[in-house]
Design a protein around this ligand. Structure first.
Ligand SMILES: [Zn+2]
Ligand SMILES: [Zn+2]
Ligand SMILES: [Zn+2]
Length: 273
């Protein structure tokens, strides 16, 4: 196996909740903090899997995130759900069409999510309009395990294997993803309030679990810290990172209190498996 195929790297493009941190107009200590780890763009992940580059969600901050990390390539996009904080950078994908010889980019999600994408961006999926700089994205509805290959080539048995995992969030259908590649695996569930037992079982055995942890107090659609730590216990990954974080959580303070193997993610963090 070539050296490049052993690459498995997670880059946290954003680790914030839907408002981002700081929030508009908030004067709390976290929103006013000078620690860069307390500045959180909307949640998104960029994965380097051998030759394949996968983006999870197109946050409204995608342009800023791509510039910050000099991202020039996307072989596939995964959508957890169609809430604004996970989708509204969609149009910035067109730059990647241009950078990648105008090839269309495949995007994957459950059918309900992709129906929402098609509804919200109707002008991109309707008849071609002259003069419109249009993202060229192929929507692939998925329900079970699938593989993502390099753009322009068909995936093979060594390509990253991706499993959508059902999570409970709000009344829109939402998934997390388990990604297996080259003998290693990660789980990503940025938006969930509970994980059904079957989903816990699907995440079990991952090397790295990345999970929603909005704040200290319970919330109706997101895991609070205690729920998140409890889910990590049940999944039992080698290590875990908490994400989709609100302004109640101060990075250095909580970092000192977390159990072994659990860390708070921050924007720009990379994890090599
Ligand atoms: Zn969200
Ligand atoms: Zn604040
Ligand atoms: Zn959401």
């Amino acid at each position: 196996m070539s050296a490049s195929s052993s690459l498995f790297q997670i880059l946290f493009l954003g680790t914030g909740t839907s408002t981002g941190v700081p929030m508009i107009g908030c004067t709390c200590p976290v929103c006013r903090s000078s620690d860069p780890r307390n500045r959180r763009l909307r949640s998104s992940l960029y994965l380097r899997l051998g030759e394949v580059r996968v983006l999870i969600d197109t946050a409204p901050d995608l342009r800023e995130q791509a510039m910050r990390h000099d991202i020039r390539r996307i072989d596939g996009v995964l959508f957890t759900h169609a809430h604004a904080d996970h989708l509204f950078g969609f149009d910035d994908l067109r730059r990647f069409n241009t950078l990648q010889e105008n090839r269309s980019i495949p995007a994957y999600g459950v059918p309900e999510t992709l129906d929402e994408v098609r509804r919200i961006y109707r002008y991109l999926f309707g008849p071609r309009q002259a003069g419109l700089y249009r993202a060229n994205i192929d929507l692939h509805p998925v329900e079970g395990l699938f593989r993502v290959g390099s753009l322009g080539g068909a995936p093979d048995a060594d390509s990253p294997a991706i499993l959508p995992v059902h999570v409970v969030h709000d009344d829109s259908r939402t998934v997390g993803f388990r990604i297996d590649f080259d003998g290693r695996a990660i789980g990503y569930a940025p938006d969930c309030v509970t994980l059904p037992e079957a989903s816990i079982a699907q995440f079990r055995g991952v090397d790295v679990m990345i999970l929603d942890a909005l704040r200290y107090r319970p919330h109706l659609t997101h895991m609070h810290l205690e729920a998140s730590l409890e889910a990590v216990e049940r999944i039992h990954p080698a290590s875990a990172y908490l994400t989709h974080i609100g302004h109640d959580i101060e990075h250095a303070t909580l970092t000192r209190q977390l159990p072994p193997r659990v860390r708070l993610a921050y924007d720009g963090l990379t994890v090599d498996l």
